[in-house]
Design a protein around this ligand. Structure first.
Ligand code: LMR
Length: 328
């Protein structure tokens, strides 16, 4: 991207964009649904693009498409199989039609914090999960973090009974649908880009997401408040198509993977800080955050955790045991 030609052009034409790909460079389109500057996924994607465009200048060039501007998560994986986009990082809840093993990450209260998530994903069992979709044409490259999820609604949520009868937007995941049903709520699967409007117009009453999404999408503006439940995980798989990945020159593939691994390590290690900044930004903007006593939180655990039993066959009891051993 920053070839001598591009630098010359930048010097002479004030509006030239040094992040634009140069002729002859292989273009890697990377599509995602969050913002690029404050969200952990956007920050990681921007760092990946910067490093590739500098270190692989003349060979490869990453073009970023944030904020669902190219595809939403329902479309991006099909587009990837068609070769229309090369990289994406959908949440693990968005791979339902490709594999059921990621369901472990959606089960409520499975991981006690992000360190436990990290340890599980970096174990041999977690690393093997990157290959879970290969026979369906997708290659998982690395896990990226967002964080633990919180509930928000158009009324205060203190006890699980407060959620009863409310409509909650969920990602398209059978586990999340079952989780909301366990609360006596009505789950409404919906694309991420539509959630703000749906909350604002009352199509749904509430939603669950991380601090960075509640802040980044301004959900707090159209909700009574957010309750700090830390009840589930939102995490991503950086993914590409097997066809495209295998078509690369091995040296190019290795360099891309090594840059991606470096970015993953650096940004995943910063996740708690990035999420805490979004939490604080919600407060600074006048948003309401409610904390639960341990007794109150335990009531949410008691109502939601029985959902695990419905999905044990999909995720494997041994994997649940491994995750729980890490929590202990
Ligand atoms: C959602 O749909 O709520 C999330 O998967 C969005 C995201 O990518 O963080």
């Amino acid at each position: 991207a920053v070839s001598a030609l591009a630098l010359l052009a930048t010097a002479t034409i004030a509006s030239a964009d040094p992040t634009k790909c140069d002729p002859g460079e292989m273009v890697i389109k990377f599509s995602f649904v969050t913002n690029m500057d404050k969200h952990p996924k956007g920050i990681a994607a921007a760092l990946f693009a910067k490093r590739v465009n500098e270190e692989m200048d003349g060979k490869a060039c990453v073009e970023l498409f944030p904020n669902s501007t190219l595809y939403n998560d329902d479309q991006v994986l099909e587009a990837m199989l068609q070769g229309d986009v090369q990289m994406a990082a959908p949440s693990l809840s968005k791979f339902e039609t490709f594999t059921k093993v990621y369901r472990i990450f959606d089960l409520p209260f499975m991981f006690k914090n992000m360190e436990a998530v990290d340890e599980f994903q970096n174990s041999p069992v977690g690393q093997k999960m990157k290959d879970a979709m290969v026979r369906r044409g997708l290659q998982g490259l690395d896990f990226w973090h967002s964080g633990l999820k919180q509930f928000s609604a158009n009324k205060p949520l203190i006890l699980p009974s407060d959620a009863k009868g409310l409509k909650f937007r969920v990602q398209p995941s059978d586990v999340l649908i079952a989780q909301m049903k366990a609360l006596g709520a009505s789950p409404q699967p919906m694309a991420f880009s539509e959630v703000y409007g749906a909350l604002q117009t009352g199509v749904v009453d509430g939603q669950e997401n991380t601090w960075s999404n509640i802040y980044g999408q301004k959900f707090y503006e159209v909700q009574d408040g957010t309750t700090e439940t830390n009840h589930g995980l939102l995490d991503y798989m950086v993914v590409t198509s097997v066809d495209w990945w295998q078509s690369l020159d091995p040296a190019v593939r290795d360099q891309l993977k090594s840059i991606l691994d470096g970015v993953t390590k650096e940004r995943n290690a910063a996740i708690n800080d990035v999420e805490a900044q979004s939490r604080q930004a919600i407060l600074d903007a006048g948003g309401v955050i409610r904390e639960l006593t341990p007794e109150q939180r335990q009531q949410w655990v008691d109502v939601m955790k029985p959902v695990w039993a419905q999905f044990t066959d999909d995720v494997g009891q041994e994997n649940i045991d491994a995750a729980q051993a890490i929590n202990a």
